[in-house]
Design a protein. Structure first.
Length: 369
């Protein structure tokens, strides 16, 4: 699981890889070691994007400097042999360290609510103008308002309250992530487009608040029924157990479609692709076991590198052709592809995963009264 802090770090400048560990360099510690009088030399190295480690060990003769002496955090290196220069940092809080922000988890759940609320009748009622902003550009904001409410005071999702997920020992690991791309009939990682990602590893357990404030929502519906969207309130106005059951079913449907599509596209023909499919199948079996045992849990996918399909629920492909014709759909697809255009049926034609074939972003939520 990787939820980014927004920071992209550079090797030997912001972080150092050494002896199976990744250290995140602390400039205040570096200054404390070299002394304030050496600030000019340090600044020169920074401006040239030089190696701070080489500056300390070779330039200043501090050959015995350890990671603990110059770093504010140390993670496990899970990408041995990687020469990637860029690292995407995991989100941390100042007090409790690495965590999953409640906003990220809520965003993933909102995607599920979008899919459930965007019924065939709703999609059929849309006009082409609903897919555009005031400047005439493709935008989903109007549809969001139709689904969940016109403004912050009328948003159905305000009654879904999710706190940050904290972990007691949030030891992170650094993994190499690549872009697995289909060209013609074969799959391969895009050369030169690897990066390192600081992640929460498999096996962590954390606690957080999960609350559907149905009582407050129903009071609002009684007072102003015209302001609250019926489809969205119906899907939210359930017990936490039933809500998670629907969420788990949604994830299983997404996973099943993903696995079948990738299998049909020859994803398993390569060892890494085959490993990725095996891992997706393991996640599917976990979710299927939840359904069979009626466990009060759900599998959900969120965070960085989880892919366009899971980030959006792939809802745009469900819009009827009489609402969006082929030309408009092609234009929307080109916008989503950042003005690039390809005519392959597979869309999107890339998947991000670790170079060992591990998908990112799957978590299991379980209710404990």
């Amino acid at each position: 699981m990787h939820v980014g802090s927004g920071q992209k770090l550079l090797r030997n400048f912001d972080f150092i890889v050494e002896d199976g560990r990744v250290g995140f360099i602390d400039l205040e510690k570096v200054v404390a070691i070299i002394g304030i009088e050496q600030i000019a030399q340090l600044t020169a190295v920074i401006e040239k994007r030089g190696s701070l480690v080489d500056f300390l060990r070779k330039g200043r003769g501090l050959t015995n400097v350890k990671l603990e002496d110059i770093c504010y955090r140390i993670a496990s290196q899970k990408a041995s042999g990687s020469v990637a220069n860029e690292l995407k940092e995991q989100y941390h809080t100042l007090l409790k360290g690495a965590c999953i922000p409640g906003s990220s988890l809520k965003g993933a759940i909102k995607t599920f609510l979008w899919q459930k609320s965007a019924t065939d009748d709703f999609l059929q009622s849309l006009r082409i103008e609903d897919f555009k902003n005031k400047r005439g550009k493709w935008d989903s904001e109007n549809i969001d308002k139709k689904l969940f409410g016109q403004n912050a005071n009328e948003k159905v999702t305000r009654f879904l309250k999710i706190g940050d997920v904290h972990f007691e020992v949030p030891k992170t690991g650094v993994y190499e992530v690549g872009i697995y791309n289909k060209q013609f009939t074969s799959w391969a990682f895009k050369e030169g487009q690897y990066f390192l990602a600081e992640c929460l590893p498999i096996g962590l357990n954390g606690y957080f608040e999960f609350k559907i404030d149905g009582k407050w929502m129903n009071k609002n519906i009684e007072k102003h029924p015209e302001k609250w969207k019926k489809n969205a309130t119906y899907n939210l106005n359930k017990t936490s157990y039933d809500f998670l059951k629907d969420l788990n079913t949604y994830t299983l449907d997404m996973l099943d479609a993903e696995i079948k599509e990738l299998e049909g596209e020859g994803f398993a023909n390569d060892n890494v692709g085959n490993t990725m499919l095996d891992n997706l199948d393991k996640v599917f079996k976990l979710g299927d076991n939840i359904e069979r045992t009626q466990e009060p849990s759900a599998i959900v996918r969120l965070g960085g590198n989880s892919g366009w399909t899971f980030m959006t629920g792939n809802w745009i492909n469900s819009v009827p052709t009489n609402v969006i014709d082929e030309n408009n759909f092609t234009s929307i697809r080109k916008t989503i592809q950042r003005n690039k255009q390809y005519d392959m049926n597979l869309w999107p034609k890339t998947r991000k995963m670790t170079t060992k074939g591990m998908p990112l972003g799957f978590v299991k939520i379980t209710i404990q009264p």
